[in-house]
Design a protein around this ligand. Structure first.
Ligand SMILES: *Cc1c(COP(=O)(O)O)cnc(C)c1O
Length: 451
């Protein structure tokens, strides 16, 4: 270590030089050091995909302890959508931290929590009367949405879908579809959770209405509407592979829920906040969910989550039935208000559509030359490529991780996902420049030519 100069640690945010620059192989020596400490001190169950020690991030880059500057096409899983260390978020956090850091909203309420609730009530789909409750994580929001739906309906069953991801707590493990790595060995899981088939146009070939009829038939035969509290669905699935349901699937499900007194919950934890080119993915499909769960992109990187929905449903839970020590922490709320203002005043949904146009055009060009790219799909800046064996269409997870690792070695952070591990997802911060995004895609193209 002694022969290596310590690179000066730059400040994060948009003034960070927007370049891809590798000064060491990855991981560099300082990152190696940190990773050795990680494996000694941190539980092995907490994995990592990018083996570098991050020290600064902003715009479209993440800088590591060795001075490498990587193009960020992951946003820490759709969290730093406004850009990492966004100046407005930083200022709001600094100001609030100097004021008070905590009271517990259930002890002494404060205005910023209420203002976040008001903003969510205004921004989520539908113009009916809404209320919100704030939590710390996406999983916690999903758990609470289920609690609220059960209390409101007096019913217990919940339907989730194939390929769904809703979190890692006990109830949300039950709701999540994929065993490895999310569930395996961690049972027993919560009861009264049922699974229905998802619309997956690339693999099921069904129209939206046909896929919905299939799901509804499973629900009616195996559960019965009278027993069903809620249908929970990601309008565009995240971890499951960025699966965009066929047109008509979500409206048919929502309609069936309405007719049967079932609470329709849209889990927009990954797809929310301008990511898909609309404020919420539900808007793209013309659906108005009864409840919406949000987290990830809500607060520019601070931990915050919410359930927002019809006032009469949200009010079903008795006082004291919802909440938590930290839920709606004042610093996280200040960050959320700053981030939400950026989403609105800078039309980040429009920026997501522009970035999506670049992503889709370039990926489709690659697909024309490379039959291993079976499908390109997504909306806005939530886009994925699914890798397959061209002869059989079988998922090719080995190729997918080879491509992702090769991109990383060239200084481009891309994330994989999918039930079969054969999808590369692109979730650039909306603060990335066109040039940097294109450079990242140039790297992908050259990697595909050699892998
Ligand atoms: C990430 C995610 C969750 C879980 O959020 P955490 O904050 O990690 O608990 C739930 N639902 C969806 C759709 C997600 O993408």
């Amino acid at each position: 270590m002694s022969i290596i100069d310590t690179p000066a640690i730059p400040l994060g945010g948009p003034t960070l030089p927007q370049v891809r620059r590798l000064v060491t192989a990855l991981p560099g020596p300082r990152s190696e050091d940190m990773l050795a400490r990680k494996s000694a001190a941190v539980a092995s169950g907490v994995g990592h995909t990018v083996p570098v020690a991050a020290v600064a991030a902003g715009g479209g880059v993440v800088v590591d302890a060795d001075g490498n500057s990587l193009i960020d096409l992951g946003s820490g899983i759709a969290v730093t959508t406004v850009g990492n260390a966004h100046p407005a978020v930083v200022a709001a956090v600094q100001a609030q931290a100097a004021q008070f850091t905590h009271t517990c909203f259930m002890i002494s309420p404060y205005e910023s929590y209420i203002a976040v609730a008001e903003a969510l009530n205004r921004l989520t789909p539908g113009d009916h009367e809404k209320k919100s409750a704030l939590f710390n994580s996406g999983a916690e929001a999903v758990e609470n949405a289920v609690k609220i739906a059960r209390k409101h309906t007096g019913r217990q069953a919940v339907v989730a879908f194939d390929h769904a991801y809703h979190g890692r707590t006990n109830l949300t493990m039950a709701l999540t579809a994929k065993s490895m790595p999310y569930k395996s060995g961690f049972g027993p899981f919560a009861s009264e959770v049922y699974r229905a088939p998802m619309s997956y146009p690339y693999r099921d070939g069904l129209s939206g209405p046909d896929a919905a009829a299939k799901a509804i038939s499973v629900i009616e035969k195996q559960i019965g509407a009278d027993n069903l509290a809620a249908v929970l669905i990601e309008p565009i699935q995240g971890e499951g592979g960025f699966i965009v349901p066929a047109d008509g699937f979500l409206p048919a499900l929502a309609q069936w829920c309405r007719e049967n007194g079932v609470v329709f919950i849209a889990d927009e934890v990954q797809s929310g906040f301008a990511r898909t080119g609309a404020m919420f993915a539900s808007d793209l499909f013309g659906i108005v969910p009864d409840l919406v769960t949000t987290a990830k992109g809500i607060a520019g990187g601070l931990p915050l989550a919410a359930v927002t929905g019809r006032a009469e449903i949200m009010d079903a839970a008795h006082a004291g039935g919802l909440g938590g020590t930290y839920g709606g922490n004042p610093i996280a709320c200040a960050a959320a208000l700053a981030a939400i203002e950026v989403y609105e005043t800078e039309d980040l949904a429009g920026r997501a559509r522009d970035l999506g146009d670049i992503l889709q055009a370039r990926l489709r060009t690659l697909q024309e030359q490379d039959p291993r790219i079976g499908d390109v799909r997504g909306r806005g800046a939530m886009v994925a490529a699914e890798f397959v064996d061209p002869a059989t269409g079988a998922p090719d997870a080995a190729l997918t991780s080879a491509v992702a690792n090769a991109c990383l070695a060239e200084g481009v952070i891309v994330l994989t996902c999918g039930t079969y591990g054969n999808v590369i997802r692109f979730l650039p911060p909306l603060a990335i420049g066109d040039d940097l995004l294109n450079e990242g895609l140039d790297v992908l193209a050259s990697v595909l030519a050699t892998v």
